[in-house]
Design a protein around this ligand. Structure first.
Ligand code: ADP
Length: 333
């Protein structure tokens, strides 16, 4: 598809450039030609005076012949030059077309990858559900067994709706990149809300979830409340998921010169150096057996997308088996 587009674009560029060069070259030639013709002799005569002697006219004729020779040479040069351009321009156009198409090609490939990953992720829960239902329907079952299948199917449908929700979120974020209405928000309120909603989950794992807001005077940012809630929910939720029982998750707010900094520090399984730059990519997950969780690898790409839309930054530092720190920097008011 892109090869075809590249060929078409090359033909278009080549035609345009060649037309431009040829018009310019032959424009110069015809202008020079008309300057060295009869008009040239009469101009010489005019300058010398109408009653000039025959010698002057002879001189003028010699100059005209010289002009003709020069014109012939110019014509030869232009033919050779434009002949050369006939080879150079299509080659240059080919590379120019490639360059023009490369960002479009990159986006197209990302989209293709995204659709293929999304379909793959959707197929798994659907296959699980279909398999379970089929086995259950194979023979007569007890009410308990039917209930078990229904509960398991419900779990899978929940996961599937979460996946679709996340995919829709990312697709919308791609489309409305610039149309986000931001409002003045006290970031402590948002994070307190998230901490409260995740308290039960951390209690169940015996994880100490704490929020430190020392030395920070009402850190206000321009933000979107729902998106900021989702951003910190994803990060704190991950911190709880990837921290073993009896661990710690600490959230600290501090103020820098231009940013409000929110650090989410956990004592969890950590992230290997080689993964740290990749975990914000869509569908990127580290060894699922290691984490034993059923995520889709979309949480952090959503985090990244929300931070970008707030003109903030995300910094990740982590050590395997020691823990991770995700620091969000949001522009301060
Ligand atoms: P998932 O749904 O798989 O959690 P994310 O995009 O949220 O997707 O995270 C991508 C991967 O990054 C996860 O699979 C996990 O391996 C790793 N990860 C994210 N947060 C942490 C953390 N706090 N500690 C260790 N690993 C993490």
């Amino acid at each position: 598809m892109f090869k075809k587009a590249q060929i078409k674009l090359t033909i278009l560029y080549s035609t345009l450039f060649l037309l431009l060069f040829w018009t310019f070259s032959f424009g110069i030639y015809f202008w020079m030609d008309s300057s060295f013709g009869e008009g040239y002799i009469s101009q010489v005569k005019q300058r010398q005076g109408e009653d000039s002697d025959t010698a002057t006219t002879k001189n003028a004729k010699v100059v005209t012949v010289a002009g003709d020779v020069a014109l012939d040479q110019l014509l030869n040069i232009l033919i050779v030059l434009n002949g050369g351009l006939l080879i150079i321009i299509p080659i240059a156009s080919w590379f120019l077309a490639k360059r023009t198409l490369s960002p479009v090609q990159k986006i197209h490939e990302q989209q293709k990858q995204f659709v293929s990953d999304a379909s793959h992720e959707m197929r798994t829960p659907l296959a699980i559900m279909s398999g379970e239902i089929e086995i259950t329907l194979n023979k007569k079952r007890t009410t308990e067994e039917y209930k078990k299948t229904l509960i398991s199917t419900k779990e899978e449908t929940n996961r599937l709706s979460k996946l679709v929700e996340n995919l829709l979120f990312l697709a919308n974020a791609d489309r409305n990149e610039k149309t986000l209405t931001l409002e003045l928000i006290d970031i402590t309120d948002v994070i307190s809300d998230v901490v409260q909603s995740l308290q039960l989950k951390s209690n169940n794992k015996n994880i100490a979830l704490t929020l430190h807001t020392d030395n920070v005077t009402t850190p206000m940012v321009h933000g979107h409340p729902t998106l900021l809630h989702q951003l910190f929910y994803n990060l704190i939720d991950n911190a709880i998921i990837y921290t073993p029982k009896k661990g710690k998750v600490t959230i600290s707010l501090s103020e820098l010169k231009n940013f409000v900094s929110i650090a989410i520090v956990d004592t969890g399984i950590g992230i290997g150096h080689e993964h740290q730059t990749k975990i914000t990519q869509r569908f990127y997950r580290i060894d699922t057996a290691r984490s034993q969780t059923k995520g889709y690898g979309l949480g952090l790409s959503i985090v990244k997308s929300i931070i970008e839309r707030h003109k903030g930054q995300l910094r990740i530092s982590s050590k395997v088996n020691k823990g991770s720190t995700f620091t969000v920097l949001l522009p301060k008011i």
